[in-house]
Design a binder for this molecule. Structure first.
Ligand code: SF4
Ligand code: F3S
Ligand code: FES
Length: 243
């Protein structure tokens, strides 16, 4: 057991500040346990969103010592506890209260992405045949838990707040899951270039480094989508052919 100080951001969209709280940390605790303990001991009105406590619902996203992380998957044993542990809400989204942000923009953007449109079945019995390698390629993207940590860390949304022009890495992963699906026949490239703002991604790869599901967001989703957009809209030979 050791007493650890936590500086937790308290406030709402009108303003707030970091408040210090001391709590006892025991073996096996994660940051979310400590936040719950502080809530019980010192701050009953501390707002924090969580659900599964198993890294699977994507609800407990926050910034721990300045880094976007899931509170339920951040072990206290991995944190330096000789100085205060800072816990803040995600910065890329509007604040509701304390550690809770309004992430609904992500769902509104997702709704506008063209839906899965499979080709007709390959066989009379209504089934398709696919290569395992093609299935494996998109499987990675389906691991996304919609924690939006990648959206939070991306400078296009975080610093430049270009939510109206760039859909962010999470939605690039969703587009990639559909675009690269072996049965899909829909065409999302124009939307990716225009409404999606794929050109705003300058491949910093920060999104990939924070993903709790270890999805290779930049190399496996964004770069191949960028290549498809470039092939369609910027290939001089194809342009000539279209003329
Ligand atoms: Fe979270 Fe990774 Fe999905 Fe982004 S891609 S929302 S970081 S799980
Ligand atoms: Fe942003 Fe990831 Fe691109 S952090 S700039 S979407 S590589
Ligand atoms: Fe579900 Fe942390 S509580 S991911």
């Amino acid at each position: 057991m050791a007493t650890v100080t936590f500086n937790i951001w308290r406030g709402d969209h009108e303003g707030g500040k970091l408040e210090p709280y001391n709590t006892e940390i025991s073996e096996g605790m994660v940051v979310l346990d400590a936040v719950h303990q502080i809530q019980a001991e010192h701050a009953n009105d501390l707002a924090v969103r969580w659900n599964c406590k198993a890294g699977k619902c994507g609800s407990c996203s926050a910034e721990i010592n300045g880094r976007p992380k899931l509170m339920c998957m951040t072990r206290m044993s991995d944190m330096p506890t000789d100085k205060p542990v800072k816990v803040e809400p995600m910065k890329a989204f509007p604040l509701i209260k304390d550690l809770v942000t309004d992430v609904s923009w992500n769902y509104r953007v997702k709704q506008k992405i063209k839906k899965f449109k499979p080709r007709p079945p390959d066989h009379e019995d209504g089934t398709w045949r696919m290569f395992q390698a093609d299935i494996d390629r998109v499987q990675e993207f389906r691991k996304c838990i919609e924690c939006f940590l990648c959206q939070d860390v991306c400078h296009v949304l975080r610093e430049h707040q270009l939510h109206d022009t760039f859909i962010g890495p999470r939605q690039m992963v969703f587009n990639a899951a559909l675009e690269m699906h072996p049965l899909d026949t829909e065409d999302r490239l124009k939307n990716l270039k225009e409404e999606g703002g794929i050109g705003f991604c300058n491949i910093t790869k920060c999104c990939t480094t924070v993903c709790p599901e270890s999805i290779t967001i930049t190399d496996n989703a964004i770069i191949p989508l960028k290549e498809r957009v470039a092939d369609r809209f910027y290939d001089p030979l194809k342009k000539l052919f279209r003329l």
